[in-house]
Design a protein around this ligand. Structure first.
Ligand SMILES: O=C(O)CCC(=O)C(=O)O
Ligand SMILES: [Fe+2]
Length: 249
């Protein structure tokens, strides 16, 4: 839900992209393609885009792996979200697949170089605590022409994360993770993730991040989340894998 300090934001009425009301998909997880070539393919430096708020990692997935993933994800039963949101939720019009898959979250965390990069000294202070893994709530988005995710804030959620040793840890999400699988290089026009640092939509103030194939974007969420949106795609398809960083609680 909207936070007090934001209740005066002029446009739009702040809403939140809560996941707590979304029923968790207990279905059998898909057989995700292997991470080939083995990852990481570049040194993961997690570059700041907005100090302490947004970091990006280019070429987290190589282009060939993004292609494999898009071909695979296309076959999943994606559901188009209805245009009419629940009270207090952002308008999101896209095709989506959601699965509770702790194993895939764990693979993304441990088999890609992400864990070492996130825990490395120059960024470790950003995450709000001791990062123990990724949210098992994996979301796949496909935006086609005319689809978008209206301005909102992402909530922090309590989750359970399974560690290497099989121990279930109580955790809390603190940063959103978006992995772009397509970009203008693949014919996707529009679809920028746009941040509004002053809680209002303003072309002058906005920070628009164009999707790049294989780029990871992390942004702080919960109480300090910046108002943001997934701008309308006008041609082609934008594909995204979404999860979150989780800290011990
Ligand atoms: O698709 C995007 O660019 C933004 C997605 C987003 O804001 C979300 O998943 O909460
Ligand atoms: Fe969001």
């Amino acid at each position: 839900m909207a936070k007090d300090k934001r209740s005066k934001a002029p446009v739009p009425p702040p809403s939140s992209a809560t996941t707590t009301t979304t029923p968790t998909n207990k279905a059998t997880p898909p057989s995700w393609p292997p991470f080939k070539p083995s990852l990481p393919v570049v040194e993961l430096t997690l570059d700041p885009l907005v100090p302490d708020m947004v970091v990006v990692q280019r070429s987290f997935f190589p282009r060939s792996l993004c292609r494999d993933y898009v071909a695979f994800l296309r076959e999943l039963p994606l559901a188009t979200t209805p245009g009419k949101p629940k009270r207090g939720e952002a308008v999101r019009v896209n095709d989506r697949f959601q699965i509770d898959d702790g194993l895939f979250a764990h693979r993304l965390w441990t088999e890609t170089g992400l864990k070492e990069a996130i825990l490395s000294k120059h960024v470790a202070h950003l995450w709000g605590g001791e990062v123990v893994g990724l949210n098992p709530n994996i979301r796949i988005y496909r935006y086609r022409a005319g689809q978008f995710f209206d301005a909102h804030y992402d909530d922090s959620n309590n989750v359970t994360v399974k560690t290497e040793t099989g121990v279930q840890l109580s955790a809390r999400t603190t940063w959103t993770l978006l992995l772009y699988l397509t970009s203008s290089a693949d014919g996707c026009i529009g679809g920028e993730t746009v941040f509004h640092p002053f809680d209002r939509r303003s072309a002058k103030e906005e920070i628009a991040v164009s999707p790049e194939t294989g780029m990871l974007l992390l942004h702080k969420h919960g109480h300090d989340c910046m108002l943001h949106e997934g701008r309308e795609v006008t041609a082609g398809e934008k594909w995204v894998i979404r999860t979150d960083l989780c800290i011990k609680r």
